[in-house]
Design a protein around this ligand. Sequence first.
Ligand SMILES: O=c1[nH]c(=O)c2[nH]c(=O)[nH]c2[nH]1
Length: 294
Amino acid sequence: MTEVVLGKNQYGKAQNHVVRIHRDTDRHVIRDLVVTSQLRGDFEAVHTQGDNGHCVPTDTQKNTVFAFAQKYGITSPEELLLKLSEHFTSDFDWVTGGRWAADEHAWDRINDSNHCFVQNQQEVRTAVLVTDGEQQTVISGFKDLTVLKSTESGFEGYPKDQYTTLPETTDRIMSTDVATRWRYNTTDVDYDAVYADVKRIILDKFTDHYSRALQETLYLMGKAVIEAHPEIDEIKFSCPNKHHFVYDLGFCDLENTNETHYAADRPFGLIEATVQRKDAQDAEQAWLGIAGFC
Ligand SMILES: O=c1[nH]c(=O)c2[nH]c(=O)[nH]c2[nH]1
């Protein structure tokens, strides 16, 4: 007789798109979030017995996201996720944890208007909260922050074999779409302020040195974040190296001294790294469910 058991599971409502206007004064504030709520706990019977007695509907989870946005406002994505987690784990005693995630699109004011906004397409902010019993782990980040430096980057000194054709360079374009996530070692955080500061550090570091490889630049970014923020134990990056090749215009006798480039969209280098506080606690469980490296 083959024995079959239920393994790890979680369920909920994905991608609840909630736009909350804070309109206590004429100067409105907009928070635009896509929120996913998933519960973990004793859901054996719903899977194996057809017994929904423990199955808090995904529809209820969706309603709770919108109700909490209204009731508490959205001060930061992370704080909304923490409220959802505390609610579900305290109101339903078989819910022992879960995973809550939010992507946030930022809006800027048009001409400093009180109520007209233009979407800021710079990056998408991300937040994940994983709750397991008493343990709450918050991982924040962003993706799709496209940056480019037109000089102060090179790549030399690499090993060469019979397959190497890449010429060494001390002056190339370096460009990437920064995707990063960082893990907090506490939930006592001013999430919006730290977010703004981590983004500032990453952009500052991108500019402040001659880069010998994208790897070096990512490490310097991560190191600066960990040094400046004791509440962050590790930060991960996943960054494409968006190659820009100097276009050979010899066919029409035009000189091209590092000016006109062919921006190749593929293949691309893919540079991924974790920078962490030495001796920080391992938190692999919290990273599970994050697609790709980060
Ligand atoms: O910054 C870089 N890192 C690499 O590992 C690499 N490999 C490559 O071909 N070009 C580059 N550039």
